[in-house]
Ligand binder design. Sequence first.
Ligand code: UGA
Length: 434
Amino acid sequence: MRITMVGAGYVGLVSGACLADFGHEVTCVDTDEGRIARLDQGIMPIYEPGLAELVANNVKAGRLSFSTELAGAVPRAQAIFIAVGTPSRRGDGHADLSFVYDVADEIGRNLREPTVIVTKSTVPVGTGDEVERRVGEAGTDVRFAVASNPEFLREGAAISDFKRPDRIVIGSDDDWARHVMSEVYRPLFLNRAPILFTSRRSAELIKYAANAFLATKITFINEMADLCEKVGADVQDIARGIGLDNRIGTKFLHAGPGFGGSCFPKDTLALLKTAEDHGSPVRIVEAVAKVNDTRKRAMGRKVIDVLGGEARGKRIALLGLTFKPNTDDMRDAPSIAIAQALLDGGAEVVAYDPEGMDLAGPLMPQVTMAGSAYAAAEGADAVVIVTEWDAFRALDLGRIRQVAKTPVLVDLRNIYDPAEVRAAGFHYASVGRQ
Ligand code: UGA
């Protein structure tokens, strides 16, 4: 099948490359000329494990190509995916849909063959209706349908999430569109991945509901962690003790410094806006957004408390800056608020991240970037694990102790065994544990 993927960002590029790998002929279109020129040379705009190889293989096989010309890529396609950004609109938290609508207008002007138009971008309920109206308004008499097909890809694991999904959600009441979408996902269909057909509006809401629910799970366990610290319990045991109940499940119960990234913070806010607009408040999600927001900075204060309540004149090493491991993404990363809280308290902050320092640098100009975890720890009064990169899971604690000024380890991801770290001569603090 011939597919056009509009948007060669995170979602579009991963989805386009995976669909090409399924055997489809995919053109990824992006207005960013530099990005397309680099993709043509095999240079990825993002860090995602396995992506460069997947792209290279499919380009070589002639199934994947890149273009800046949407008008040229519309007429040939049987399915056009819209995978452009929907950032939070300045001021009100609504998703900014201007990119989505510009693409819809352009598609409408250039349709030549029956085409299913699919929104993959995360868009508020009712966006598909407006896309349909805009494409139709361009006066085309070619048959088209608009479907919703939300993505559930985790950064760092996006390719396996695409190829081995828990489910595929397809929102359309049109039988022809459902058939075309089944063809798009045929290899997964054959592998019996659950494919859920719903109305377009339900599919749009499923995406927000899924992210809001996961964000709620994280926030719940984070608040339990705070309570554990007060009552002398262990949040890891709580997570396991409740998670083994199948109705709850063990995943997304890992306490930490709060969720970040390009999705949960933005999508919870957008859901709140939708709920508000429809006079149907989702108070749990309101609380989740607030609690998570204050938590990030509170983690900075937690570090200062470990240091005896005074940050002035102290040197603090942050290990990990990205919002999670295996990505270079710094969007809404807890490290930003943590570093700021420490700087505000008068500390000197040094940091190291395996992939995130290029993007982190401009976001935290007062933070010194170091060449390794050990270089960051040199002369430090405290070493703080902010992101659980594998490289930080087995640090040479002896070496850290030698280079640091004071052996203090604050583990905001609970990746160490408290007894082991203490046996190595450290003062150790973590999240929700004694
Ligand atoms: C999330 C969802 O997991 C994907 O299903 C969804 O497709 C994606 O958003 C999206 O909407 O595009 P992602 O933002 O890549 O994916 O990252 P997650 O692995 O979900 O982590 C999000 C944040 O929650 C991170 O800051 C992570 O550290 C935090 N987290 C996650 C926890 O603090 N505890 C956990 O137990 C799990």
